[in-house]
Ligand binder design. Structure first.
Ligand code: ADP
Ligand code: MG
Length: 695
């Protein structure tokens, strides 16, 4: 315990370090900046920069870097030394306030989706003071936004911060209507539950597909898979436990509160949950967690797989994103509360989420769309591609009673009055009872379960904040002009539930019947990334981005292009990796096996053995499979080398419709081949080794 206390936040320039090292007035100003999420005042920048530099150097840092999150996906950094020459062969250690407030980065190699043509190639980075700087590998990391010189966002953080601001403004308007004079601001909170696989490094090193694409492109099922459910919450293997211990320590040093860890459903699958934080901090911490997981795994001769679907036929990995709203006075706005007024306020926020999720189902689906996530949406244990909300039977009944103007008070039903009645209590669904719902209310927060394991939670949270802000804005507009606030609240809640209850579904989301029912309700079901992205620029979507100052029209356009490009480039890499493996590893090995079988058949002929032997039958199968594979390989090569259609959406559809089916066909044949090939000839580790190979 004392070890944790000593270690926790040791490498973070956090509040207590700031308090200790800054003058009272600077600390106070910086604290205000952090609390309100405003820009860093340049007058205090120098003192803060100096304090940060001294602290960093005392703690072993030699360099600093602006740490940002460009649209390419991975976080980016550029290290600079603190060292400057001071003449006479001497050096001084320098870190100027401009390094803190504004840094320069050449934006020309990061994706900008056309923005780079229209605007200057150079971009700038600026510290997000609400996310603490930290030291890792002797480098001071400063979390920053990344924008073009004309102010266009080139990263994931900028729109996230803008969405938080939109949400704060609108939530505050609603809170004022309920009194709440003491509240100064509202922030969204998020807690991510990160799933991952661990495989032995020695097997990983022999799998080109895992190395280049993060998932297995071929691989027959292991004789044993996850069917016994014996891994879920099972006892943790020694090597994995050592990895987890190390990982926790690394995370604690960076002030990341890694809370729970357990085995997941699939063999060699695990989960780590961090304690929730203000949303932008949580996003940074999750990005860092993913990076550190990979690094620590390598120290233990393991490889951490963060892909959404590393193995076919086995559960994929997701990242449950728990989301709520919190006031600076510590109130969780999605907690029902005890008094009639708190209840009414809770219902307004609940209704805003229900309406937002219904009206912007497509944007929510888009926010988690990726080539990797397409494999798991609708797959085993994962949410389907249809967006719906789970409220639980009890809460659903309560809101239906409100719509129907009845409430159980004492023993009789009477009209519900917001200023008089309290909500009947209902159990919190903390137990994950219905794991099939993509968006579940769990007592005092929503759990969005669609995000993929490898993606940053920045975009889904940006969209959530924004669409809820949009609905709160309309609610505030209506309530502010009402003469009788109680009546207006009642009417608003009734109408919202009535108009949007189609999005509420408490049943089994994996049931085929739900797909048909959802269609009947008019809910969208976009099964693939291109199908979802085709709606990104729909008028209502661009309007909600621009009205809430989250993205401009040009920024929307550029992101649309980047997301599509990322999708088809991913599939292109997968297809080319598959070809490489099939041509250089699989077919040559199959040929060896074919020769052995041929020799056996010839021997048998000489011995006049009757024809239907193992060698003969297997040879026929191998020959057929080899022919099938070769046919597909040639067709796929032709397609990949042909000229692609114009337009990003068309290209994405081409890869989805022309290349993915061929990849699947190749895989099907290769997997059949694996099942009959001599173990000693098969050129790469099998599913058994990958899934059960960590001792
Ligand atoms: P369970 O384990 O039953 O899903 P937990 O309470 O342990 O529920 O929460 C799981 C995740 O949700 C954790 O990351 C936790 O920090 C996060 N979480 C809890 N409360 C909130 C909240 N108010 N806002 C955002 N995330 C939250
Ligand atoms: Mg959960």
């Amino acid at each position: 315990m004392t070890k944790i206390m000593e270690m926790f936040g040791k490498n973070v320039f956090n509040d207590s370090v700031m308090k200790e090292r800054l003058s009272k007035s600077t600390y106070k100003q910086l604290n205000e900046t952090i609390k309100r999420g405003t820009d860093l005042n340049s007058e205090i920048a120098e003192e803060v920069a100096n304090a940060m530099k001294d602290w960093a150097i005392e703690n072993g840092a030699t360099h600093f870097t602006h740490w940002f999150h460009p649209l390419s996906g991975a976080t980016a950094e550029k290290h600079e030394s603190f060292v400057s020459t001071a003449g006479g062969g001497k050096i001084i250690l320098e870190f100027s306030p401009t390094n803190l407030v504004k840094g320069e980065a050449d934006a020309s190699s990061f994706p900008s989706g056309g923005l780079r043509d229209t605007f200057e190639a150079r971009g700038y980075t600026a510290w997000d003071p609400t996310s603490y700087a930290f030291i890792k590998d002797n480098i001071l990391y400063i979390p920053t936004v990344f924008c073009s010189y004309s102010g266009e966002a080139l990263d994931h953080k900028t729109p996230l911060l803008r969405s938080m601001e939109a949400l704060n403004i609108q939530a505050m308007r609603v809170l004022r209507l309920f009194g709440n004079e003491d509240v100064d601001h509202v922030k969204a909170t998020a807690g991510a539950e990160q799933e991952y696989f661990l495989v032995d490094k020695k097997y990983y090193d022999k799998r080109e597909d895992l190395q280049l694409t993060g998932r297995t492109l071929i691989g027959a099922p292991s004789p044993k898979g996850q069917e016994m459910n014996d891994h879920y919450y099972g006892s943790i293997k020694v090597r994995v436990a050592e990895f987890m211990r190390d990982l926790n320590e690394e995370l604690w040093k960076l002030g990341i509160q890694a809370k729970t860890e357990h085995n997941e459903v699939a063999p060699s699958q695990h989960e780590l949950a961090n304690i929730f934080m203000t949303i932008n901090v949580s996003v940074d911490q999750n990005n860092l967690t993913m990076e550190i997981m990979k690094k620590v795994a390598r120290k233990h001769n393991l490889e951490c797989l963060l892909h959404e679907k590393p193995f076919a036929g086995i559960n994929g990995s997701g990242k449950h994103n728990n989301w709520s709203l919190k006031t600076d006075t510590g109130v969780n706005l999605l907690d029902p509360g005890d008094t009639p007024s708190e209840n009414a306020q809770f219902l307004i926020f609940l209704c805003a989420v229900i309406k937002a999720v219904d009206e912007y189902q497509d944007l929510i689906r888009i926010s988690i769309a990726s080539a990797g996530n397409d494999h798991r949406l609708g797959g085993s244990e994962a949410p389907p591609a249809i967006v719906s909300i789970f409220l639980g039977d009890e809460l659903t009944e309560i809101i239906e009673d409100i719509v129907n103007d009845r409430v159980t008070s004492g023993h009789k039903k009477e009209a519900f009055q917001f200023n008089v009645h309290t909500l009947p209590s209902f159990p919190k669904d903390n137990t994950d009872r219905n794991r099939t719902s993509p968006f579940a209310f769990t007592g005092n927060k929503f759990e969005f379960r669609m995000p993929g394991s490898s993606a940053s939670i920045s975009t889904p949270n940006t969209i959530l904040n924004m669409v809820v802000a949009e609905e709160l804005k309309h609610f505030a507009d209506e309530l502010e002009k009402a003469s009788d606030i109680n009546e207006a609240i009642h009417k608003l809640i009734k109408e919202t539930i009535k108009n949007h209850k189609r999005i509420i579904f408490n049943g089994n989301g994996y049931d085929d019947l739900w797909v048909r029912e959802a269609e009947r309700r008019g809910l969208s079901n976009y099964r693939s990334t291109p199908e979802a992205l085709a709606h990104y620029l729909d008028e209502k979507n661009v309007r909600v981005f621009t009205d809430n100052n989250v993205l401009s029209e040009t920024e929307c356009q550029s992101r649309y292009e980047i997301y599509l490009e990322k999708y088809y480039k991913t599939i292109n890499i997968e297809a080319r990796t598959l070809l490489d493996m099939v041509k250089k590893d699989i077919l040559p090995s199959a040929l060896k096996f074919e020769n052995i079988l041929e020799e056996a058949v010839n021997n048998e002929l000489k011995l006049k053995v009757k024809k239907n032997t193992y060698a003969n039958r297997t040879l026929n199968k191998v020959l057929t499979l080899n022919c099938n594979i070769t046919d597909c390989v040639e067709t796929m090569e032709e397609k990949l080398n042909s000229s692609l259609p114009e337009g990003a959406l068309e290209k994405a559809c081409f890869y989805r419709d022309e290349i993915i089916p061929l990849m699947n066909e190749i895989r099907e044949n290769v997997d059949k081949l694996e099942l009959i090939t001599d173990r000693s000839i098969w050129p790469m580790p099998t599913y058994k080794e990958l899934l059960f190979g960590v001792d």
